[in-house]
Unconditional design. Structure first.
Length: 370
């Protein structure tokens, strides 16, 4: 993690780069504003006007820290109504960006994202990934075993859990479940009720953040050509043979969505399969193939948690809806659109107005009005 002095220096440098025509820069790291001391106060001239930026610097740009920054910047706005409050962090993701924008606050991070809007200036760049992997606090939260807890919460978003129940359902130790829940609470994604039961406070935010760090390609894939056209009958044969071989299975991607929403066309079948796919493939008369030419793709689960909460549709098993959404989201062709349709129509916690901003492909843009 960057030390505070170095962080302030890099943020100041980043702002200078974003405003190359600004002149007469003044920098203060100990300015008193009301009852607090500003992390960084910058004054400059641009297009004949004087401007002041008051920057609140956070080492982490997660929602909990950003909400705290919003409170402090609101005080800055009261004390210095002509100043422009700005939040800064190593990385400010889509959720945190929305929080800041909803309060008409600017932001800048060290990964390339920013939003500065004041008077004759509008600079906006979004969609950049966190470039400093070592400072990504969510990496451990979405590690394989930790996602078992995440998945359990998302499958039943309205449930109130005792910690022991959650650990047992997710098949993790009590200590591991405690650590995951503690981290989720820090991010304001879970809360405890009066009886200390754990409730998911922001299921859409949690799902969104998990999907940012996950792709179905995390799972090893074995591709085959089927001897017959891909139909539900053929999928039934896959299920029958997998069960006969003692292998857990669950359909996903288009095949899974086709079982949840029967009108969906299924050009190829993707199926999680526990264990060696070779005996199942042999029993089905499959021929090994490249992914591009394959019509049946077995996915070796990156973690057994992918089978948690599997649904049964027409006698066939489908991954739980959060897993199906996460798999679809980064799939080729219409995967993104299908994921949003699934989330809107079947999952009970819809994306925000305008879709799921963090999942849309955003071309980084920079606008300036002078």
């Amino acid at each position: 993690m960057l030390k505070s002095a170095e962080m302030r220096r890099q943020v100041a440098q980043r702002l200078r780069e974003l405003l190359p025509k600004a002149k007469a820069w003044e920098e203060n790291t100990a300015a008193k504003i009301g009852s607090q001391t500003a992390d960084l106060l910058l004054k400059f001239q641009l297009a004949g006007q004087e401007h002041t930026l008051v920057v609140e610097v956070s080492s982490l740009g997660q929602p909990r820290q950003i909400r705290a920054a919003v409170t402090r910047l609101a005080e800055v706005r009261r004390e210095l109504p002509d100043a422009h409050p700005v939040a800064a962090a190593v990385y400010i993701g889509p959720q945190s960006a929305r929080i800041l924008k909803s309060h008409n606050l600017g932001f800048v991070d060290l990964s390339g994202n920013c939003y500065l809007a004041f008077e004759n200036v509008l600079i906006e760049k979004e969609g950049k990934r966190n470039l400093r992997a070592s400072t990504r606090p969510l990496r451990s939260l979405f590690a394989p075993r930790a996602t078992r807890v995440v998945r359990a919460l998302l499958v039943e978003p309205g449930r109130a859990w005792r910690l022991e129940e959650l650990a047992r359902a997710a098949e993790v130790s009590l200590g591991h479940a405690h650590n995951v829940v503690k981290r989720l609470a820090e991010l304001a994604w879970v809360e405890r009720d009066e009886s200390q039961k754990i409730r998911l406070a922001k299921p859409a935010d949690l799902l969104e953040s998990w999907c940012e760090s996950y792709t179905y390609r995390t799972n090893e894939m074995a591709s085959y050509v089927a001897p017959e056209r891909v139909t539900r009958k053929f999928m039934g044969e896959v299920a029958r043979v997998a069960a006969a071989q003692g292998c857990r299975y669950a359909f996903t991607l288009n095949a899974g969505l086709g079982l949840v929403a029967p009108s969906v066309r299924v050009p190829a079948v993707h199926c999680y399969l526990e264990g060696d796919p070779a005996p199942v493939a042999q029993a089905l008369g499959l021929r090994p193939s490249t992914e591009a030419d394959g019509t049946l793709h077995f996915l070796a689960p990156y973690d057994p948690g992918v089978f948690y909460g599997a649904l049964e549709k027409g006698g066939l098993k489908v991954v739980c809806l959060p897993q199906l959404y996460a798999d679809l989201l980064n799939a080729e062709r219409r995967g993104r659109d299908q994921a949003e349709q699934l989330r809107r129509e079947a999952m009970g916690y819809c994306p925000r107005k305008g879709g799921n901003p963090s999942m849309k492909k955003k071309a980084a843009k920079k606008k300036k009005r002078k």
